[in-house]
Design a protein. Structure first.
Length: 509
């Protein structure tokens, strides 16, 4: 543990204990129970964020918080009034960002404290990945962990001195309420300014060191590097469920790319690792079996219950993993997975002019996964007597705090065909029809929030995925999609010098 981290614990133990709330070290995940209902703000005049182009920032336009976007206006106010800055970084499809917006930033009493004691800045991490990376490093140094929403307290000269992720509105589950945190930090700002400035300077120096020493270590030979990777992968691989580690489990797109690398052998059993992971993911609830595409990660080790947001960068990387696997195995499950994913992107996440949108939210009407989950009786009512076949192919994994479940695959078309002694193509047609019937009903539900920001880098990844699909799967329509998206980027996301802009957010400002 670094000296900076140890010093931060010592300083803020004293600060928060003096405020009567004790020191909160933070945990890696927000509480599983919902925070208590809190004061709802009545309709009010919009704040500054109403003028922003980011959908995530605009979600906060009716907060009673006096929000500023990142910029000199906020910095000047902090310097002039000698107030610390509260920086909140998140993104549109982040579930806990929405929870904090509803329960904390919409609370009028908490907002009064924020407005009186701090200058408050909101940042969309997808719009400003540079700010996100900088202050996520600060949060990891200060608290030992990170995540979103990222909540960072800064001096007026933008040096971080305290940080966390999600804060509840009231004390509970071992966490102090946000109002207590605000009061404690205000007291520290008034009474222990020297300690805070010292702390902030140490963190700033540590961040500078980290961000200026990113050069690669070239002392290892290729064989040394592959040996270390092989040991790491074999020690961490889940031979029962695929992937690496335990819950929550993120799809290992970068690890899969290494394991699939054609010119080097990272692991003797690399093919088995790749096959098990891709098959388990394709079967799991992390794949949207009705609409196509993948959710961001699984809350369990078996890939059954996802965190329901869908992000463009994930779709592109998963596409390439499955395309590489299909190219080497001709496994039809991999092909179908890619085709369903690309259909989802082209129909749901593609602008009429060709660019690709960035994300779909995890929740609908404040309920995570509401658009995607089912009860058994709902499916039976829709499919009638055919529900028997459907429940041979699929099952429902219970989603916590609901009476419903996420669909995951239990038998393949080939297994069902063998059981029924009919051609696999016939089973595939039957199951596809049932899935489409459910999808038609699901489409009547309220749709999750779509973040229509077009991020240049993510579009580049998605263009590559469509182009690879056109070549490997012989799908000319995917080549046309890739070409249209590339033309959109070149036409709309370049400045006069020819330099690419990070996203449409920068062009519109």
């Amino acid at each position: 543990m670094s000296p900076v981290y140890l010093k931060s614990i010592a300083v803020f133990f004293i600060v928060l204990l003096a405020a009567g709330i004790g020191y909160w070290f933070g945990t890696h995940a927000p509480p599983t129970q919902a925070a208590p209902d809190h004061t709802e703000v009545e309709p009010m005049q919009s704040n500054r964020l109403a003028q922003e182009t980011s959908p995530y920032l605009r979600l906060h336009q009716h907060n009673p918080v006096d929000w500023y976007p990142w910029g000199e206006e906020a910095f000047e106010k902090a310097r002039k009034e000698d107030k610390p800055i509260f920086l909140s970084v998140g993104y549109s499809s982040c579930y806990w960002c929405h929870v904090m917006e509803r329960l904390v930033f919409s609370d009028t009493e908490i907002a009064k404290l924020m407005n009186t004691l701090f200058v408050n800045i909101k940042v969309d991490r997808e719009e400003r990945p540079d700010i996100d990376a900088l202050y996520m490093t600060a949060t990891q140094l200060l608290s030992g962990h990170g995540g979103w929403p990222n909540s960072v307290f800064l001096t007026p000269d933008l040096k971080p001195f305290y940080a966390g992720t999600y804060f509840p509105p009231e004390d509970g589950h071992g966490r102090p309420g946000f109002s207590r945190v605000l009061q404690a930090l205000h007291m520290a700002w008034q009474e222990k300014r020297s300690d805070i400035n010292d702390q902030a300077e140490q963190i700033a120096q540590a961040i500078r060191k980290i961000h200026t020493s990113q050069s690669a270590d070239t002392s290892w030979s290729q064989s040394d590097l592959t040996d270390k990777l092989q040991t790491h992968f074999q020690n961490q691989f889940d031979w029962q469920n695929g992937g690496f580690g335990s819950a929550p489990k993120f799809p290992p797109d970068q690890a899969l790319a290494l394991l699939q690398a054609p010119l080097i052998t990272i692991a003797d059993d690399a093919k088995d690792m790749v096959a098990l992971t891709l098959t388990k993911m394709a079967d799991g609830g992390i794949q949207d079996h009705l609409g196509g595409g993948f959710h961001r990660y699984s809350t369990d080790a078996k890939w059954h219950v996802p965190h329901f947001e869908k992000m463009l960068n994930n779709q592109s990387l998963f596409s390439e993993s499955y395309l590489r696997a299909y190219q080497s195995t001709q496994n039809e499950i991999y092909r179908q997975t890619v085709e369903d994913l690309l259909h989802f992107v082209s129909t749901t996440m593609t602008d009429a002019n060709g660019g690709f949108y960035s994300a779909l939210d995890a929740e609908t009407d404040a309920e995570e996964g509401a658009h995607y989950i089912w009860t058994e009786s709902e499916i039976q009512d829709i499919l009638g007597t055919e529900s028997g076949l459907f429940f041979k192919a699929f099952a429902l994994a219970p989603v916590p705090d609901t009476q419903a479940g996420a669909l995951y695959r239990t038998q393949s078309d080939a297994d069902l065909a063998q059981e029924k002694n009919i051609p696999t193509t016939e089973v595939h047609t039957q199951v596809t029809t049932l899935k489409n019937n459910l999808l038609q009903e699901r489409n009547k539900r309220k749709f999750p929030l779509l973040d229509d920001k077009i991020i240049t880098g993510w579009n580049g990844l998605m263009i590559a995925a469509f182009a690879q699909s056109a070549r490997i799967l012989d799908r000319p329509q995917d080549a046309a999609t890739a070409q249209k998206a590339a033309e959109f980027i070149l036409k709309n996301l370049r400045d006069e010098s020819g330099t690419l802009s990070p996203s449409t957010e920068f062009i519109s400002k």
